[in-house]
Write a protein that binds this ligand. Structure first.
Ligand SMILES: C[S@@+](CC[C@H](N)C(=O)[O-])C[C@H]1O[C@@H](n2cnc3c(N)ncnc32)[C@H](O)[C@@H]1O
Length: 247
């Protein structure tokens, strides 16, 4: 069961990503950029941005401390939105700042759910470790993101793979679920509400959503900072339906 009410999660994110936690996050940035997880995610962002033939506008949702700003290629303007002012303060001096090649960087403090981007459009939108994790990813947001993309653009994002987090007790309860009385099913449905996705849920979400094509992959973290696995997804808009980035 997927959560849809983002407001409680926005409030939690503001509380969690305070000055102290943002400083810890920045400390970890230095370890992160030499980790296998960085070696996985950074090339995906690089490869996608390199694939555009003209200079592009990029939006990063939940940009945090600006971990990936330096891997953006071919980017004339980057907009980073984050709900945490403390994280954005770190992003003013992004990770590996001397390698950042983007001439214009706009940092917006706010929730991606609430912020009005007006008539702005982007060629590439990405979000790592935010949606389907700290916040839900309801269809309303998929439509908002799709409408923010230029034709030929794409949206790369990660969500937490919930199957990787299930313990034996949960797996047994799920196997027994079809045989349980309705009122117990209701209790379990409520308890199991989550921002995280199974692979089947993500595929179904993308099938009924606005994107014209999509691809899904999976990456299990190396446990150096975070334990678990993410589904990765790229949603495409319009005339780029032959592009594919996951091998
Ligand atoms: C795990 S961090 C990821 C930061 C960055 N993407 C990275 O990979 O280092 C999650 C970030 O999402 C931000 N965030 C959470 N909810 C948000 C929302 N509704 N709108 C914008 N940013 C949000 C948090 O403030 C935090 O900086």
């Amino acid at each position: 069961m997927l959560n849809t009410n983002y407001r409680e999660f926005d409030a939690k994110a503001i509380q969690l990503y305070d000055d102290t936690y943002s400083e810890e996050y920045r400390e970890f940035d230095y370890k992160y950029v030499v980790s296998p997880d960085y070696a996985h995610f950074a090339p995906v962002v690089k490869k996608i941005t390199k694939s555009f033939t003209d200079p592009i506008k990029v939006l990063e949702i939940g940009c945090g401390t600006g971990r990936y700003f330096h891997v953006l290629e071919n980017t004339e303007e980057l907009t980073g939105i984050d709900i945490s002012e403390s994280m954005l303060n770190m992003a003013k001096e992004p990770v590996r700042s001397s390698d950042v090649k983007v001439p214009i960087i706009n940092l917006i403090q706010g929730s991606v759910f609430e912020h009005d981007f007006g008539t702005e459009k982007f060629d590439f939108i990405f979000s790592i470790g935010v949606l389907g994790e700290h916040t839900p990813l309801p269809q309303d947001l998929c439509h908002k993101i799709y409408n923010l993309l230029n034709d030929g653009g794409c949206f790369y994002f990660t969500v937490v793979d919930i199957d990787d987090r299930k313990n034996v007790k949960r797996k047994i309860a799920e196997a027994a679920y079809p045989f349980l009385p309705a009122r117990i099913k209701q209790v379990l449905d409520k308890r199991w509400e989550s921002n995280y996705f199974t692979k089947a849920e993500l595929i179904e979400h993308m099938k009924v959503g606005p994107f014209d094509a999509f691809e899904v992959s999976n990456y299990k973290a190396d446990n150096s900072g975070w334990t678990g696995a993410h589904h990765e997804c790229i949603g495409y808009k319009g005339n780029n339906l032959t592009k594919r980035f996951f091998e």
